[in-house]
Design a protein around this ligand. Structure first.
Ligand SMILES: *[C@@H]1O[C@H](CO)[C@@H](O)[C@H](O)[C@H]1NC(C)=O
Ligand SMILES: *[C@@H]1O[C@H](CO)[C@@H](O)[C@H](O)[C@H]1NC(C)=O
Length: 245
């Protein structure tokens, strides 16, 4: 006969009797999908050898039993005013209370990553091209970076660094994609992070890679502006110096 383990504490506990192969488990769950926690459901299950024989669901508000033993004990628990009240209150003071703590401690403190896709190496003959997708200054650490090629997830060819601590509570990560370019294709980097409501796609723009077109444009406009200003200054100086007193 296996030893019987009774869980009295409001926590997950289980016992495994490996010699006889009996497995008893008590499982408490807080289930919800809405940010305001309004659809929170608390369940308290007693499971023996994979059979869930007593079950509390906060929507129903009482224990339900399966198997003869389970039905008897569910009735016994329902008669226990203190126990049933504690389980009825758990949806608020255990589930919502803890979920709110997790939100304020983790989810509400998320910081979106700054993402940039750039070329590391251009393709030469049979040499593949290499792109790098970098995500900077995000929190928390957990992040997923994948690549898409013509709307399909790229399998193989990518390597990623670990999430690296910036030393200021934020993290960065870099993912490389090695590939043979084809004309007309579309490549993008997809980032999934707790700060986003949905995965974010960052398109690779090959025209931006042509080294620093924008910097050349800024430099050129600076030069033109410089010439115009010095010409204006020169004309002003000439006019001024030739003006009669
Ligand atoms: C809780 O009970 C309600 C009513 O029977 C049911 O609709 C719901 O699916 C149950 N929730 C869970 C998590 O089992
Ligand atoms: C639960 O309470 C009812 C009514 O007081 C009683 O008839 C029944 O025997 C009790 N059940 C258990 C399992 O204690």
């Amino acid at each position: 006969m296996a030893k019987l383990w009774i869980c009295l504490l409001l926590e997950l506990c289980s016992m495994l009797d490996t010699i006889n192969g009996y497995y008893n488990e008590r499982r408490l769950r807080c289930l919800y999908s809405s940010r305001d926690l309004s659809d929170m459901v608390y369940t308290d299950s007693y499971i023996f050898n994979k059979v869930e024989y007593i079950w509390f669901n906060s929507t129903v508000g009482k224990f339900q039993g399966y198997t003869r033993h389970g039905i008897h004990n569910a009735e016994y628990f329902n008669n226990d005013t203190a126990y049933i009240q504690r389980d009825r209150a758990a949806v608020d003071d255990f589930c919502k209370h803890n979920a709110q703590i997790y939100y304020t401690a983790i989810i509400d403190k998320t910081v979106e990553p700054q993402v940039e896709v750039k070329s590391v190496k251009q393709s030469h003959g049979s040499q593949p091209a290499v792109l790098m997708c970098s995500a900077y200054s995000f929190y928390p650490k957990l992040i997923k970076v994948t690549w898409m090629r013509n709307e399909k997830e790229v399998k193989g060819g990518q390597t990623s660094t670990e999430e690296m601590a910036d030393g200021d509570w934020y993290y960065q990560i870099h993912s490389h994609l090695e590939y043979m370019p084809e004309s007309g294709e579309q490549i993008s980097c997809v980032v999934e992070h707790a700060s986003f409501k949905q995965p974010m796609e960052y398109k690779w723009d090959p025209s931006a890679s042509a080294p620093d077109k924008s910097k050349i444009a800024i430099g050129a406009s600076g030069l033109v502006l410089g010439i115009v200003l010095s010409a204006a200054g020169f004309i002003y100086y000439k006019k001024k110096s030739s003006a009669p007193y």
